[in-house]
Design a protein around this ligand. Structure first.
Ligand code: PEP
Length: 253
Protein backbone atom coordinates (compact mmCIF):
# COMPACT_ATOMS: atom_id res chain seq x y z
CA UNK A 1 0.00 0.00 0.00
CA UNK A 2 1.04 3.62 -0.43
CA UNK A 3 1.70 5.41 2.82
CA UNK A 4 1.82 9.19 2.93
CA UNK A 5 5.29 10.54 3.67
CA UNK A 6 5.62 12.34 6.99
CA UNK A 7 8.38 14.81 7.84
CA UNK A 8 8.66 15.88 11.48
CA UNK A 9 10.92 18.59 12.88
CA UNK A 10 12.22 18.06 16.41
CA UNK A 11 13.41 21.47 17.59
CA UNK A 12 14.75 19.99 20.85
CA UNK A 13 15.73 22.71 23.39
CA UNK A 14 16.32 25.44 20.80
CA UNK A 15 14.73 28.76 20.01
CA UNK A 16 13.37 31.98 21.44
CA UNK A 17 10.03 33.73 20.95
CA UNK A 18 11.56 35.73 18.10
CA UNK A 19 13.50 32.94 16.38
CA UNK A 20 10.48 30.62 16.50
CA UNK A 21 8.21 33.31 15.06
CA UNK A 22 10.70 33.74 12.21
CA UNK A 23 10.98 29.96 11.65
CA UNK A 24 7.19 29.54 11.65
CA UNK A 25 6.68 32.39 9.24
CA UNK A 26 9.29 30.86 6.89
CA UNK A 27 7.67 27.44 7.12
CA UNK A 28 4.12 28.66 6.68
CA UNK A 29 4.92 30.72 3.62
CA UNK A 30 7.15 27.99 2.12
CA UNK A 31 4.60 25.23 2.68
CA UNK A 32 1.75 27.35 1.34
CA UNK A 33 3.63 27.97 -1.86
CA UNK A 34 4.11 24.29 -2.57
CA UNK A 35 0.37 23.67 -2.12
CA UNK A 36 -0.44 19.97 -1.80
CA UNK A 37 2.94 18.88 -3.15
CA UNK A 38 4.73 17.90 0.02
CA UNK A 39 4.81 15.43 2.81
CA UNK A 40 2.59 15.73 5.84
CA UNK A 41 4.63 18.06 8.08
CA UNK A 42 4.79 18.22 11.88
CA UNK A 43 6.88 20.32 14.23
CA UNK A 44 7.83 19.52 17.84
CA UNK A 45 8.70 22.79 19.62
CA UNK A 46 9.99 23.12 23.20
CA UNK A 47 7.08 22.92 25.66
CA UNK A 48 6.98 26.61 26.55
CA UNK A 49 6.38 27.55 22.91
CA UNK A 50 3.77 24.87 22.16
CA UNK A 51 0.73 27.07 22.64
CA UNK A 52 1.98 29.77 20.30
CA UNK A 53 3.02 27.27 17.63
CA UNK A 54 -0.24 25.29 17.85
CA UNK A 55 -2.15 28.55 17.30
CA UNK A 56 -0.12 29.29 14.18
CA UNK A 57 -0.66 25.78 12.84
CA UNK A 58 -4.46 26.16 12.83
CA UNK A 59 -5.70 26.20 9.22
CA UNK A 60 -2.12 25.62 8.00
CA UNK A 61 -0.63 22.53 6.29
CA UNK A 62 1.38 21.90 9.43
CA UNK A 63 0.71 19.99 12.65
CA UNK A 64 2.26 20.33 16.09
CA UNK A 65 3.37 17.82 18.70
CA UNK A 66 5.22 17.70 22.03
CA UNK A 67 8.71 16.35 22.66
CA UNK A 68 7.74 14.48 25.82
CA UNK A 69 4.83 13.74 28.14
CA UNK A 70 4.28 12.67 31.73
CA UNK A 71 2.50 9.40 32.53
CA UNK A 72 0.02 10.62 35.21
CA UNK A 73 -3.17 12.34 34.07
CA UNK A 74 -2.93 15.21 36.57
CA UNK A 75 -2.04 16.01 40.16
CA UNK A 76 1.01 16.54 42.34
CA UNK A 77 3.75 16.16 39.72
CA UNK A 78 5.66 19.44 39.76
CA UNK A 79 7.12 20.40 36.41
CA UNK A 80 5.33 17.71 34.42
CA UNK A 81 2.90 18.12 31.54
CA UNK A 82 0.16 15.54 30.95
CA UNK A 83 -1.11 14.16 27.65
CA UNK A 84 -4.55 15.59 28.47
CA UNK A 85 -3.00 19.07 28.70
CA UNK A 86 -1.26 18.59 25.36
CA UNK A 87 -4.54 17.47 23.79
CA UNK A 88 -6.33 20.42 25.42
CA UNK A 89 -4.10 22.99 23.69
CA UNK A 90 -4.36 21.25 20.31
CA UNK A 91 -1.26 19.06 20.01
CA UNK A 92 -1.80 15.93 17.95
CA UNK A 93 1.43 13.94 18.41
CA UNK A 94 4.01 13.22 21.14
CA UNK A 95 7.60 11.98 20.81
CA UNK A 96 8.23 9.17 23.29
CA UNK A 97 11.54 7.48 24.01
CA UNK A 98 13.81 9.85 22.09
CA UNK A 99 17.40 8.73 22.68
CA UNK A 100 18.19 12.08 24.33
CA UNK A 101 15.44 11.44 26.92
CA UNK A 102 16.77 7.92 27.42
CA UNK A 103 20.33 9.28 27.89
CA UNK A 104 19.63 12.53 29.79
CA UNK A 105 16.83 11.26 32.03
CA UNK A 106 17.52 7.54 32.26
CA UNK A 107 14.19 6.74 30.57
CA UNK A 108 13.87 3.01 30.15
CA UNK A 109 11.67 1.20 27.68
CA UNK A 110 9.03 0.33 30.29
CA UNK A 111 8.56 4.06 31.02
CA UNK A 112 8.50 4.76 27.28
CA UNK A 113 5.69 2.20 26.99
CA UNK A 114 3.72 3.95 29.76
CA UNK A 115 4.19 7.29 28.00
CA UNK A 116 2.93 5.78 24.74
CA UNK A 117 -0.13 4.44 26.61
CA UNK A 118 -0.81 7.82 28.28
CA UNK A 119 -0.50 9.55 24.90
CA UNK A 120 -2.96 7.15 23.25
CA UNK A 121 -5.39 7.43 26.15
CA UNK A 122 -5.55 11.20 25.58
CA UNK A 123 -6.35 10.61 21.90
CA UNK A 124 -2.91 11.66 20.65
CA UNK A 125 -0.46 9.78 18.43
CA UNK A 126 2.80 8.59 19.99
CA UNK A 127 5.91 8.68 17.81
CA UNK A 128 7.90 5.88 19.45
CA UNK A 129 11.64 6.40 19.00
CA UNK A 130 14.11 3.52 18.95
CA UNK A 131 17.69 3.02 17.84
CA UNK A 132 21.01 1.44 18.64
CA UNK A 133 24.31 2.98 19.76
CA UNK A 134 27.45 2.62 17.67
CA UNK A 135 28.72 0.05 20.15
CA UNK A 136 25.52 -1.99 19.64
CA UNK A 137 25.82 -1.77 15.86
CA UNK A 138 29.51 -2.74 15.85
CA UNK A 139 28.69 -5.72 18.07
CA UNK A 140 25.93 -6.85 15.66
CA UNK A 141 23.18 -6.08 18.19
CA UNK A 142 21.12 -3.57 16.19
CA UNK A 143 18.04 -5.78 15.72
CA UNK A 144 18.23 -7.11 19.27
CA UNK A 145 18.30 -3.60 20.77
CA UNK A 146 15.67 -2.10 18.48
CA UNK A 147 13.53 -5.23 18.87
CA UNK A 148 13.65 -5.04 22.67
CA UNK A 149 12.87 -1.30 22.72
CA UNK A 150 9.80 -1.88 20.54
CA UNK A 151 8.69 -5.08 22.29
CA UNK A 152 8.45 -3.16 25.57
CA UNK A 153 5.85 -0.86 23.96
CA UNK A 154 4.11 -3.42 21.74
CA UNK A 155 3.58 -5.86 24.60
CA UNK A 156 1.55 -3.24 26.51
CA UNK A 157 -0.83 -2.37 23.66
CA UNK A 158 -3.76 -4.09 21.98
CA UNK A 159 -4.10 -4.10 18.20
CA UNK A 160 -6.37 -1.03 18.12
CA UNK A 161 -3.66 0.94 19.94
CA UNK A 162 -0.85 -0.50 17.81
CA UNK A 163 -2.68 0.68 14.70
CA UNK A 164 -2.30 4.28 15.91
CA UNK A 165 1.48 4.27 16.54
CA UNK A 166 4.18 5.89 14.48
CA UNK A 167 7.72 4.52 14.87
CA UNK A 168 10.91 6.55 14.41
CA UNK A 169 14.10 4.58 13.87
CA UNK A 170 16.97 6.80 14.96
CA UNK A 171 20.41 5.22 15.26
CA UNK A 172 21.99 7.06 18.19
CA UNK A 173 25.32 7.35 16.33
CA UNK A 174 23.60 9.29 13.54
CA UNK A 175 21.73 11.85 15.68
CA UNK A 176 23.31 15.28 15.48
CA UNK A 177 26.62 13.81 14.34
CA UNK A 178 26.44 14.49 10.61
CA UNK A 179 26.79 10.71 10.04
CA UNK A 180 23.67 9.46 8.30
CA UNK A 181 22.85 5.78 8.05
CA UNK A 182 23.11 4.77 4.40
CA UNK A 183 19.78 4.24 2.68
CA UNK A 184 20.52 0.47 2.70
CA UNK A 185 21.39 0.40 6.41
CA UNK A 186 18.25 2.32 7.31
CA UNK A 187 16.01 0.27 4.97
CA UNK A 188 17.27 -2.96 6.54
CA UNK A 189 16.22 -1.87 10.04
CA UNK A 190 12.93 -0.41 8.80
CA UNK A 191 12.10 -3.75 7.12
CA UNK A 192 12.94 -5.52 10.39
CA UNK A 193 10.55 -3.19 12.26
CA UNK A 194 7.75 -3.68 9.73
CA UNK A 195 8.20 -7.47 9.90
CA UNK A 196 7.95 -7.30 13.68
CA UNK A 197 4.54 -5.61 13.37
CA UNK A 198 3.57 -8.03 10.58
CA UNK A 199 4.05 -10.92 12.99
CA UNK A 200 1.16 -9.38 14.97
CA UNK A 201 -1.06 -8.07 12.18
CA UNK A 202 -0.29 -7.65 8.47
CA UNK A 203 -2.64 -4.73 7.93
CA UNK A 204 -1.20 -2.78 10.86
CA UNK A 205 2.32 -3.44 9.55
CA UNK A 206 1.34 -2.36 6.06
CA UNK A 207 -0.10 0.94 7.30
CA UNK A 208 2.59 1.65 9.90
CA UNK A 209 4.53 4.87 9.30
CA UNK A 210 8.22 4.33 10.10
CA UNK A 211 10.34 7.48 10.10
CA UNK A 212 14.12 7.57 9.82
CA UNK A 213 16.03 10.07 11.97
CA UNK A 214 19.73 10.87 12.13
CA UNK A 215 21.38 13.76 10.28
CA UNK A 216 18.77 13.92 7.50
CA UNK A 217 19.37 16.91 5.21
CA UNK A 218 18.03 18.24 1.94
CA UNK A 219 20.82 16.39 0.12
CA UNK A 220 20.11 12.89 1.46
CA UNK A 221 16.36 13.03 2.18
CA UNK A 222 15.08 11.95 -1.24
CA UNK A 223 17.25 8.81 -1.35
CA UNK A 224 16.26 7.80 2.19
CA UNK A 225 12.55 8.49 1.62
CA UNK A 226 12.54 6.46 -1.61
CA UNK A 227 13.30 3.24 0.28
CA UNK A 228 10.28 0.92 0.43
CA UNK A 229 10.01 0.90 4.23
CA UNK A 230 11.10 4.49 4.98
CA UNK A 231 8.02 6.68 5.22
CA UNK A 232 9.67 9.99 6.02
CA UNK A 233 11.96 11.50 8.59
CA UNK A 234 12.36 12.86 12.10
CA UNK A 235 14.64 15.82 11.63
CA UNK A 236 16.62 17.60 14.36
CA UNK A 237 19.27 20.14 13.35
CA UNK A 238 17.99 20.67 9.82
CA UNK A 239 14.49 21.52 11.08
CA UNK A 240 15.72 24.69 12.79
CA UNK A 241 15.67 26.89 9.71
CA UNK A 242 13.03 27.05 6.99
CA UNK A 243 15.81 27.11 4.37
CA UNK A 244 17.02 23.68 5.48
CA UNK A 245 13.71 22.13 6.49
CA UNK A 246 11.56 22.99 3.46
CA UNK A 247 13.69 21.06 0.93
CA UNK A 248 13.34 17.97 3.18
CA UNK A 249 9.56 18.43 3.26
CA UNK A 250 9.59 18.73 -0.51
CA UNK A 251 11.74 15.59 -0.85
CA UNK A 252 8.80 13.74 0.66
CA UNK A 253 6.33 14.99 -1.95
C1 PEP B 1 16.55 14.05 16.22
O1 PEP B 1 16.55 15.04 16.93
O2 PEP B 1 15.72 13.18 16.44
C2 PEP B 1 17.51 13.97 15.12
C3 PEP B 1 17.43 12.98 14.28
O3 PEP B 1 18.47 14.96 15.06
P1 PEP B 1 19.44 15.29 13.80
O4 PEP B 1 18.56 15.38 12.57
O5 PEP B 1 20.07 16.60 14.15
O6 PEP B 1 20.42 14.17 13.68
Amino acid sequence: MTRQTLVAGNWKMNGTTDSIAELMSGLLSGLDQTGGKQAQVLVFPPTVYLNAVVDQCRNAPLGCGAQDVAVPESGAHTGDVSAAMLADIGCTHVLVGHSERRADHGERSDLVAQKARATLDAGLVPVVCCGETLEDRDAGRTEKVVGEQLDAVISQLDEAALARLIVAYEPVWAIGTGKTASADQAQQVHAFIRNKFASINDTIADRLIILYGGSVKGENAAELFSQPDIDGGLIGGASLTAEQFLPICQAGA
